[in-house]
Design a protein around this ligand. Structure first.
Ligand SMILES: Cc1ncc(COP(=O)(O)O)c(C=O)c1O
Ligand SMILES: Nc1ccccc1C(=O)C[C@H](N)C(=O)O
Length: 424
């Protein structure tokens, strides 16, 4: 695409954008009495206006039906999670029965590791990306200890080559092959939270399976950001949160994918709870766990209806917009951001983009490594009404999302960045 560094160009792109109208369906945080330019959907998505109505419906049911709300009225709570699975499955590219919405991300990661990290004899190692989000690191570390291993021996972290910022697919695949029979699990982010790099999940899954390992992904930064094909790529399991690109509220609920070849295997070890028990027999209150078919069989507790209601409000918009349409806009929008950053930074040596330049290897996040006083630059952007985030030690993450951000906002951001760089 031939981008231009002018307001008129940005406004023209907005005019042609078929998704532009979604903007008015969100609340924008205020800075200095004005709508902020919100580029932080990689951490917490903004509030869909419809979320309030979905919550109110459930509050009304609670007030008027109380315990009867589990079974009576429209959309009883007993099955409420089923209302989420179809749209969630479309977001991650799965069959409906392969997806369940429940708990929170790190909890779900542990539940999946209980079933899918099954070290045996020499096969006990886990390959993961170095610098994964800390919660994922802690989960893997504690799981290896739980099985009696030293995490330093059991966990293999992959780092970029000297002088490079992101991992090469060929290096990931070579490492999987090299660890061969020692490898129990490959567990990585679908997109790394820090660099914004999208991993080649299909190739990684294939390579993992070739050496007899199980392969799972944390899609926290991928779900609702890039199109995914969990089923077709043959991934064994995946987990994600819903509060980032999926705009489902702080501490919102989480999703789990279990490939159907595992979901219907009652012998797979799991930590069980009554909500994963055969729904027909759940209230018979009998001894002896009989798992539900599919991902639902991993549920532990009765559903968190208010977070589910928030998630529903958001999923409805994702269904309406469609992941392919979102991706198509996203590539242009992020490409425009990249172009403008390069333009305003030309001739300077203040920053370096650490996100891949290849559009296929990134979603909507661009991570900028700031070579000096990164915090100062971050604070200036925030004061000027741009909400981005800062990650230690020196990275500013900027994420224009295709659902609620515009080309004009990207242009305004670059104007402010330009001003900040003059003095930096
Ligand atoms: C990759 C990744 N893993 C884990 C988490 C933690 O999620 P939660 O606090 O919902 O368990 C996050 C975000 O906070 C994340 O981005
Ligand atoms: N859940 C949060 C609660 C408080 C502060 C940040 C978060 C994040 O989600 C951070 C995000 N995972 C990140 O990529 O940095």
């Amino acid at each position: 695409m031939n981008y231009q560094n002018t307001l008129a160009f940005a406004q023209e792109q907005d005019k042609q954008d078929p998704l532009y109208h979604f903007r008015e369906r969100f609340h924008y945080p205020q800075v200095n009495g004005r709508d902020a330019i919100y580029f932080c959907g990689n951490s917490l998505g903004i509030q869909p206006k419809s979320a309030q109505m979905y919550i109110d419906n459930e509050m009304y049911k609670w007030a008027n039906l109380a315990v009867e709300g589990h079974f009576k009225g429209k959309e009883p709570w007993f099955n409420y999670h089923e209302l989420l699975a179809p749209a969630a499955a479309r977001v991650v590219g799965a069959k409906e029965s392969e997806v369940v919405i429940m708990n929170q991300l790190t909890v779900n990661l542990h539940l999946m590791l209980v079933s899918f990290y099954r070290p045996e004899g020499r096969r006990f190692k886990i390959i993961t990306e170095g610098g994964a989000f800390p919660s994922d690191q802690y989960a893997l570390e504690s799981q290896t200890k739980f099985h009696g291993f030293n995490p330093d021996e059991a966990i293999v972290e992959l780092f970029p080559r000297e002088g490079e910022q992101t991992l090469r697919t060929e290096d990931i695949l070579a490492s999987i092959k090299a660890h061969g029979e020692e490898l129990a699990l490959v567990m990585m982010g679908g997109i790394n939270y820090y660099t914004g790099q999208v991993f080649d999940m299909e190739a990684i899954t294939k390579a993992g399976h070739e050496v007899g390992a199980v392969v799972g992904f944390d899609l926290a930064h991928a779900a609702g950001n890039v199109p995914l094909k969990m089923h077709d790529w043959n991934v064994d399991f995946a987990v994600w949160c819903t509060y980032k690109y999926l705009n489902s509220g702080p501490g919102g609920t989480s999703g789990v994918f279990v490939h159907e070849r595992h979901g219907n295997n009652p012998d797979l070890p799991r930590f069980a709870g009554w909500w994963g028990h055969d729904a027909q027999a759940r209230f018979k209150m009998k001894k002896g766990f009989i798992p539900m078919q599919g991902a639902e069989g991993w549920q532990l507790s009765n559903g968190q209806i208010i977070p589910f209601a928030m998630h529903r409000a958001s999923l409805e918009m994702f269904d309406e917009a469609g992941m392919e349409n979102l991706r198509s806009k996203s590539e242009k929008l992020t490409g425009y951001l990249e172009y403008l950053i390069d333009d305003v930074h030309a001739g300077k040596d203040v920053m370096e983009m650490i996100t891949p330049r290849d559009p296929q290897a990134r979603g909507c996040q661009i991570s900028i490594l700031v070579k000096k006083d990164a915090r100062v630059l971050f604070n200036k952007l925030m004061e000027a009404g741009i909400i981005v985030d800062y990650r230690e030690p020196n990275v500013i993450r900027v994420a224009p999302t295709p659902l609620y951000n515009s080309f004009e906002e990207v242009y305004r951001f670059s104007e402010i960045l330009h001003e900040c760089l003059q003095a930096h």
